[in-house]
Design a protein around this ligand. Structure first.
Ligand code: ACM
Length: 275
């Protein structure tokens, strides 16, 4: 922790991708990030599947929009990192052995710090993606330990808890939220793990292949370890949201002088959780 920055700037892109036009969607994200007087940040988080769009119609369509891990979206994120100085976290469909994963990369300069395949697939994602088989990652960054999870993972308390137990102080959470209770629910997740959470969501609507329409609820947010909403975006507009946080505030898990709720855990009594 010695050479860790005290305060850091977090930026979130809340976009409205047009399904099936990754290049166009990447360009519009670049405009949102770089056409500001000072585009610099320490952490920049983009939504889940931010360039491809979300509501796939067929496996063939997923195949067509999926990329190798070091494909065009990685190169874009790497450039964005070099231009902003930020660790950039974003969601994209990645070609793996055995299928396509709904993945997130954390990129710093040319380095992939973390590559995570979503382990809890939501609803129709189960028809199109393979489930991630690796644990949720926590990686060292210039601002301290960063954890990654994707959208629906949030509804599994074990996910964020495992990141916090592995030392994450800040958790990047690329999302395509459609359920209305995500923004409020994440406040409790932040409090019960005493970590900063950075959720990048998208806006707009997709209605493809004669399936029920999906409305994405925006409200990207940065939440602090005491449940404070440091910044929250509106429901229906594309915005670049920023906030300042001090990761070290997430080090202590004490809520009273004799109550450290990580020390007081009783895993030996929680066997249904791991059974
Ligand atoms: C979701 O996991 N995209 C709802």
């Amino acid at each position: 922790m010695q050479d860790q920055k005290k305060k850091m700037t977090v930026a979130i892109v809340q976009n409205q991708p047009e399904f099936g036009y990754p290049e166009k969607n990447r360009d519009s994200v670049a405009q949102m990030v770089l056409e500001r007087p000072d585009p610099s940040a320490d952490l920049l988080v983009l939504p889940e599947l931010f360039a491809s769009g979300y509501q796939f119609d067929s496996r063939a369509e997923v195949e067509e929009l999926a990329e190798p891990e070091k494909g065009p979206t990685y190169r874009f994120l790497s450039e964005l990192s070099s231009e902003t100085g930020a660790v950039v976290v974003a969601g994209l469909p990645v070609k793996r052995d055995g299928g396509i994963a709904n993945s997130a990369l954390a990129v710093y300069g040319k380095t992939i710090l973390a590559s995570y395949d979503k382990i809890h697939l939501f609803d129709e994602e189960r028809d199109f993606f393979i489930e991630g088989a690796r644990p949720l990652p926590v990686v060292q960054t210039p601002f301290g330990p960063l954890g990654l999870m994707i959208c629906f993972d949030w509804l599994f308390p074990e996910a964020l808890r495992s990141l916090a137990l592995s030392g994450a102080l800040v958790v990047a959470h690329p999302s395509n939220w459609v359920l209305p209770f995500g923004p409020q629910g994440m406040i409790l997740r932040s409090v019960e793990n005493r970590v900063f959470t950075v959720t990048a969501n998208r806006t707009g609507r997709e209605e493809r292949g004669g399936r029920p329409p999906l409305t994405f609820i925006g409200q990207s947010q940065i939440v602090g370890p005491r449940g404070d909403i440091i910044a929250r975006a509106p429901a229906d507009t594309s915005v670049l949201l920023t906030g300042e946080i001090e990761p070290a505030e997430a080090l202590s898990k004490k809520v009273a002088s004799r109550s450290d709720f990580f020390e007081q855990r009783r895993p030996e009594l929680y066997s249904p959780l791991t059974g």
